[in-house]
Write a protein that binds this ligand. Structure first.
Ligand code: P53
Length: 479
């Protein structure tokens, strides 16, 4: 164990998850089909294929997840044993509005989360809830075009309002859209998986569509923030940003400028949600490109009045860019503009490991947005080995988490960043979002299941479970 700094009193240590990756029970309790239910399994370099319906004979790993739907009491008990003060989960939109466009919510779905939150409460665990974590009802994608369509704003707002009304006594911390900014890099890879639920049409400009869809998500999010405050002024609603700071590859001024341009492109999402308005450079960019983004005066007023209360963010890695002569305008195009950073190691899936980048990013966000922050994801996807005696020796995960927590603590104690809590990804093994694999494991708790959904689904404590238990017990002093 190494020595860390103690976090402030009341710091929310916990773990994170998302409904589609964890729950399973895809047809239980009246649940409808979400986009995650039609995504096949992929692998490291094999993209997940998105079908437009469930096809016989295909493998859809989110159908079973890790069966949290039937194991939640046992799982939350294990979280309590680790000492969790909070647990981040998402509400599956399709449990509440199975197709997204119903007039009345599905009572069985609402009741499921009543019981999940009651179970958390029994152990003094604060639920931290994401409303949209890559789980849009499939019908809203297919029949309404996702967030191309203003009607979908209304559907989302209705879903959000339904949840706030039902759970505001149990849930104080909310987030609207998970990793809202990862659509900058997922335009080609997973158009449907991103929260926008957009399927691109032949010949259209994907970047323009992305800006338009993101705009409607901002409006939906800002409306949700206002409604939450009207229902219960004690509710805290955050955004959720995939934070991966982009460094200049060298100190050459043009590399530094290129990195600045990359940062503003990736994080304008945070500017809009935290500051309530679009940055001027982006309005200029739209003009230069001839993009016609439908942003009304009414929208602008909503964005301004619906700024978020805190910045939720994930942190896994950093990136780097360099200036290239064939790109004199320094247009940032993700992920193609990125170059490997020779100074940091990589995981088996190629993710760059950079704990200092977390401290750097926290300082950057504090200065730019000046809001409380919440690290709602940080973790290490790796192959784990179940030993014959049932133990799992995941020292690589302990090292990753310990190194990152140490930097987080410096950001708080030395640099004065305002941090509400820390929930590593993931509390328990889950199905990977990008690959659909089970074997890319993140959990502090092991689930005995393979990529095909075979296994006992028994839970086992990894070494990281016992390690994290001590971290929490010492409030961050023992890493
Ligand atoms: P997986 C890409 C880059 C950074 C975070 O990711 C990302 C992604 C998309 O996968 O997603 C977040 O499972 C996301 C979680 C996801 C986790 O990071 O692809 O919010 O749902 O599981 C880890 O390895």
């Amino acid at each position: 164990m190494t020595k860390g700094y103690k976090m402030p009193e009341g710091f929310l240590w916990g773990g994170a998850s998302a409904a589609h990756q964890m729950e399973g029970g895809w047809q239980e309790g009246g649940k409808g089909l979400s986009i995650a239910d039609v995504m096949r399994a992929g692998a490291k370099d094999v993209p997940r294929i998105e079908d437009d319906k469930v096809l016989d004979g295909e493998v859809y790993p989110n159908h079973w997840g890790v069966q949290f739907y039937s194991h939640y009491k046992e799982d939350i008990k294990l979280f309590a044993e680790m000492g969790f003060k909070c647990f981040r989960l998402s509400i599956a939109w399709t449990r509440i509005f199975p197709n997204g466009d119903e007039a009345v919510p599905n009572e069985a779905g609402l009741a499921f989360y009543d019981d999940v939150f009651a179970t958390c409460k029994q152990y003094g665990i604060e639920p931290i809830v994401t409303l949209a974590h890559f789980e849009m009802p499939l019908k809203l994608v297919k029949e309404y075009g996702g967030f191309r369509n203003r009607q979908v704003v209304d559907f989302f707002v209705k879903f959000a309002e339904t949840c706030f009304r039902r759970y505001h006594n149990q849930v104080k911390y909310w987030m609207t859209f998970n990793e809202i900014n990862n659509q900058t890099s997922w335009r080609d890879a997973h158009p449907m998986l991103q929260n926008s639920g957009v399927i691109f049409k032949e010949g259209e400009n994907k970047e323009e569509v992305m800006f338009q869809a993101a705009h409607l998500e901002f409006v939906a999010s800002a409306q949700a923030v206002q409604i939450a405050h009207a229902i219960d002024p004690t509710l805290q609603v955050g955004d959720m940003i995939a934070m991966s700071p982009i460094y200049p590859l060298t100190a050459k001024p043009k590399d530094v400028m290129m990195a600045e341009r990359a940062m503003r492109y990736r994080y304008y999402f945070g500017d809009v949600q935290a500051l309530g308005e679009y940055p001027q450079w982006l309005l200029n960019y739209w003009d230069q490109k001839g993009y016609q983004i439908d942003v009304t005066e009414a929208d602008r007023a909503i964005l301004k009045a619906g700024a978020v209360d805190y910045i939720g963010f994930s942190y896994y890695n950093s990136g780097a860019v360099e200036y290239k002569d064939d790109n004199p305008d320094m247009v940032y195009d993700e992920p193609n503009s990125q170059v490997p950073n020779p100074y940091v190691p990589r995981s088996d899936w190629g993710w760059q490991i950079d704990p200092v980048g977390l401290r750097y990013a926290m300082n950057w966000m504090q200065a730019r947005w000046n809001k409380p922050m919440f690290i709602v994801e940080n973790g290490f996807g790796a192959y784990d080995k179940l030993e014959d005696d049932g133990s799992i020796h995941d020292d690589y995960r302990i090292k990753y988490l310990s190194d990152h927590i140490a930097e987080m603590e410096k950001a708080v104690v030395i640099d004065g960043c305002n941090l509400i809590g820390y929930t590593p990804w993931s509390a328990i093994d889950i199905v990977s979002a990008s690959t659909g694999e089970m074997k890319k494991r993140y959990g502090l708790i092991f689930v005995d299941a393979n990529d095909e959904g075979q296994g006992s689904f028994e839970r086992r404590r990894k070494d990281s479970f016992y390690w994290y238990q001590k971290v929490i017990k010492s409030n961050g002093a023992e890493l």
